[in-house]
Design a protein around this ligand. Structure first.
Ligand SMILES: NC(=O)c1ccc[n+]([C@@H]2O[C@H](COP(=O)([O-])OP(=O)(O)OC[C@H]3O[C@@H](n4cnc5c(N)ncnc54)[C@H](O)[C@@H]3O)[C@@H](O)[C@H]2O)c1
Length: 348
């Protein structure tokens, strides 16, 4: 990587790649987008035209043969994450891979090994991890702002159709699109705020909605020191957005998230007050209200490459998110408590 920035190819030119390109544009010279890659070449060409930059290719291998690249940004459906990450690492390229990191922990292990073999960064694109309100909430909890944390909660309800066709295909999105898609964000938030749970019990079902697999579930995470985190998620019921102080905040809604402690309660998210954070129902000053921060995620990717260090959301550290997905699915199937080992995970 030289002074002109990290030379990157965006692989997969669909919905989320647009947000990534907007993120690169906010970062000025840190990155240099050399190529757009899509197996549907017309999509890559559409990106090159729209942003007036980059060459276009139908595969990563073709792009790597013709361009001098430092890194790839994989905005591909989940079933492609492992295969293309391993291929990119084999070519000596640093990899940022969209969430979910992979469909199974076995796949994550292959990705981590490939990165270690080639000495490249493999980073999980947990974009919401870099959310301003979430970071503020972590500061409040860690500095004792709510006393001893007792119960964390994440509840969402929304009606979701097939925004892209593969959301209905378990072979592409994984056994449950809800868990792979939104679940990966919410589970990463639980991991980031409270650490690795020891076990989970979950009940869920496939109501026959359009997305693959389980589309409604409730999960309870138990921690070693008695802390409890609770997660309710529904793709098939749209509830009114909750306002603090109203009875409907008790219902699953578009994002009611927070933590009760011995001395207070913090709530956070895009529907929570003017700054995205409330402490005991009062607005917490917070400059950064952006909940989905692609540019901050990309800046961390760049810094990890430049400083030759593990990124905050490295594949190894975020393997546990995929483990939590697998554990919820197993618990829903067996109706048993499933332990979580947390291989590779850290306390943030
Ligand atoms: N961070 C977020 O908030 C967020 C939001 C939406 C989607 N995502 C994630 O981003 C990823 C992509 O989702 P999307 O909604 O952009 O999907 P999409 O279907 O809109 O785009 C995927 C693109 O990849 C291309 N593609 C598929 N296989 C390929 C291959 N082997 N080589 C080259 N191109 C290939 C497809 O032709 C398509 O253009 C998923 O993992 C999804 O979970 C993240």
């Amino acid at each position: 990587m030289n002074a002109t920035g990290c030379k990157v190819a965006v692989v997969g030119c669909g919905r989320i790649a647009r947000e990534h390109v907007a993120g690169y544009q906010r970062l000025g010279d840190l990155f240099d987008i050399k190529a757009f890659v899509d197996k549907d070449i017309s999509r890559a060409e559409g990106f090159a035209r729209k942003y007036r930059l980059g060459s276009t290719y139908g595969s990563l291998e073709e792009a790597a043969r013709s361009e001098e690249l430092d890194a790839v940004d994989l905005c591909l459906p989940p079933s492609e994450h492992c295969r293309v990450t391993v291929a990119a690492a084999g070519l000596g390229l640093h990899v940022l891979v969209e969430k979910p990191l992979a469909v199974t922990c076995d796949e994550v292990d292959k990705m981590v090994e490939a990165g270690q073999r080639s000495g490249v960064v493999i980073m999980s694109g947990q974009s919401r991890r870099f959310s301003g309100p979430l970071r503020k909430t972590k500061q409040i909890i860690d500095s004792g702002g709510i006393g001893k944390p007792l119960l964390g909660y994440v509840s969402y309800g929304m009606k979701v159709g097939l925004n892209v066709p593969w959301w209905g295909d378990p072979k592409v999105s994984g056994p449950s699109n809800l868990l792979a898609n939104w679940g990966a964000h919410s589970l990463d938030e639980i991991y980031y705020l409270y650490g690795v749970p020891a076990r989970v019990y979950a009940e869920g079902r496939d109501t026959g909605g359009p997305t693959a697999g389980i589309d409604i579930f409730s999960a309870v995470f138990g921690y070693q020191l008695g802390f409890v985190a609770n997660m309710n998620w529904s793709y098939v019921s749209e509830m009114p957005t909750g306002q603090v102080g109203e009875i409907r905040e008790l219902l699953p809604t578009k994002g009611i998230k927070g933590c009760m402690g011995t001395q207070g309660t913090v709530q956070y998210g895009q529907n929570v007050g003017p700054t995205g954070v409330l402490l005991d129902g009062r607005t917490v000053p917070n400059d950064d209200t952006d909940v989905n921060q692609f540019h901050t995620m990309l800046r961390e990717f760049h810094a990890a490459i430049a400083q030759r260090r593990e990124p905050e959301t490295s594949a190894l550290r975020c393997r546990v998110v995929v483990e939590m997905i697998e554990a919820i699915l197993k618990s829903c199937e067996t109706h048993e408590v499933v332990p979580i080992a947390g291989k590779g995970a850290i306390e943030y």
